[in-house]
Design a protein around this ligand. Structure first.
Ligand SMILES: NC(=O)c1ccc[n+]([C@@H]2O[C@H](COP(=O)([O-])OP(=O)(O)OC[C@H]3O[C@@H](n4cnc5c(N)ncnc54)[C@H](OP(=O)(O)O)[C@@H]3O)[C@@H](O)[C@H]2O)c1
Length: 384
């Protein structure tokens, strides 16, 4: 679970047509700003020729969206109907969304703990896959009908979405929409941390927390593209078999065991790379668990989440235990500390594209020869 008791369907990349459970029917609660078109019900019952005469096509256009209506629990996410065809600016695409991703950050955003999402009412959703339905001016490398996956700061949990063409990637032949929607955030994050910051090399050791989660699975698979990398992965015991099959060398049940002790039993000198999505006191533990020349990449604060709604005690505890270090200690420790946040790289198209290109190469190798390399898109979402 993502630190809260999320229903299973929220953990899956879902065909948005099926993903209506956490929401309510539009009729029960009309949206404040983008309401169900006043005449939608009547229009459905009216002969097409009559309405077409009166309502221009752009205005008659409606689409469903999941809207965060306020901060809190699942009940704050409502299914609403938006009205009017989104207009495209230069460089933009209109994508008919087929599947979308649900990330840990979406859970944090719903609780009001994620600063990259504008205030409600707002449609969350930072990744999706779908088909290009219209192309704005100056777009030269995408056309109507292309199958793409897209990254955006928000706004992708809806039937049609406007995205920058430069924030989309063509879906390779043979990859499903569900697989494609699960790929960008998890794999770009894992790739950039391990290779751009971590400089992962053969024979090294890596600690992957939340190893059964989206980023955890991606990180494990990417580790396995490098020879003889040892992966320590923390996860609930029920997920150990799955993560072992996915490439984790030493699964650790962090709920019943001290993971630092478990790592030291196997690797007394510590580890080369630690990916820390937890924050608070776990960041201190990670730093102390590094070998000389080791690298800590901190990229989340999952410890802040405890339950469906914002838990102020958990937030305060996380802040209280926030890691900080004097540069002299860093020098003497021969260690490196990096911070990663994909949400703040949205202007870095070139970096992201480079990462994606490499991930493609790995995934296509894995797909053409699944036996020779463990990298493949194994999970639609976090929950095995
Ligand atoms: N900075 C970035 O750009 C970026 C991008 C993506 C994700 N992230 C961060 O990465 C983390 C994971 O995201 P995700 O999307 O991969 O999550 P996810 O798919 O929702 O999975 C969350 C997993 O976390 C595990 N978990 C929860 N608390 C844990 C703990 N204290 N120790 C170990 N495992 C724990 C749960 O499994 P168990 O049942 O095993 O506990 C669950 O499988 C989050 O902190 C998220 O904010 C950051």
């Amino acid at each position: 679970m993502s630190g809260e008791d999320a229903p299973a369907q929220q953990q899956n990349a879902v065909d948005q047509k099926q993903e209506t459970k956490p929401a309510e029917e539009p009729k029960t609660e009309p949206p404040k700003t983008e309401s169900e078109p006043a005449g939608a019900a009547e229009a459905a019952a009216t002969p097409a020729a009559t309405t077409a005469d009166k309502v221009p096509e752009e205005e008659a256009f409606t689409y469903r969206a999941l809207v965060l209506t306020g901060y809190g629990g699942y009940d704050k996410v409502k299914l609403q109907v938006k009205k009017g065809k989104p207009a495209l600016k230069a460089g933009e695409l209109l994508v008919r969304v087929k599947a979308c991703g649900l990330n840990f950050a979406d859970l944090m955003a719903r609780q009001g703990l994620y600063d990259r999402l504008p205030s409600p009412p707002v449609t969350p959703g930072m990744e999706c896959s779908g088909v290009v339905e219209a192309v704005g001016e100056e777009v030269t490398d995408r056309k109507v009908g292309d199958k793409v996956m897209a990254l955006n700061r928000f706004g992708l949990w809806q039937e049609v979405a406007v995205v920058q063409a430069s924030h989309t990637f063509l879906i390779p032949e043979g990859m499903s929409f569900e697989e494609a929607a699960a790929l960008p955030v998890n794999y770009i994050t894992a790739y950039m941390m391990l290779f751009d910051f971590g400089n992962l090399r053969p024979n090294q050791s890596v600690l992957v927390h939340a190893a059964a989660g989206g980023v955890g699975i991606a990180a494990t698979q990417l580790c396995k593209t490098v020879k003889d990398v040892t992966v320590f992965g923390t996860a609930s015991a029920s997920k150990h078999e799955t993560i072992s099959q996915g490439g984790v060398t030493h699964p650790i049940d962090y709920r019943t065991k001290d993971y630092v002790e478990e790592v030291r039993k196997i690797s007394p000198k510590g580890l080369d790379i630690i990916l820390d999505p937890l924050g608070g006191s776990d960041t201190h533990k990670a730093y102390n668990l590094l070998k000389p020349m080791g690298k800590l990449i901190t990229y989340g604060a999952a410890n802040m989440l405890a339950g469906q709604k914002k838990n102020l005690l958990a937030v305060a505890k996380n802040w209280y235990h926030q890691f900080s270090i004097h540069t002299l200690s860093l020098i003497q420790g021969n260690k490196s500390v990096c911070g990663f946040h994909l949400g703040y790289l949205d202007g870095e198209t070139e970096l992201i594209t480079q990462a994606m290109d490499t991930i493609w190469i790995c995934t296509s190798r894995a797909r053409s020869s699944p036996a020779s390399t463990p990298l493949g898109i194994l999970s639609r979402w976090a929950m095995p």
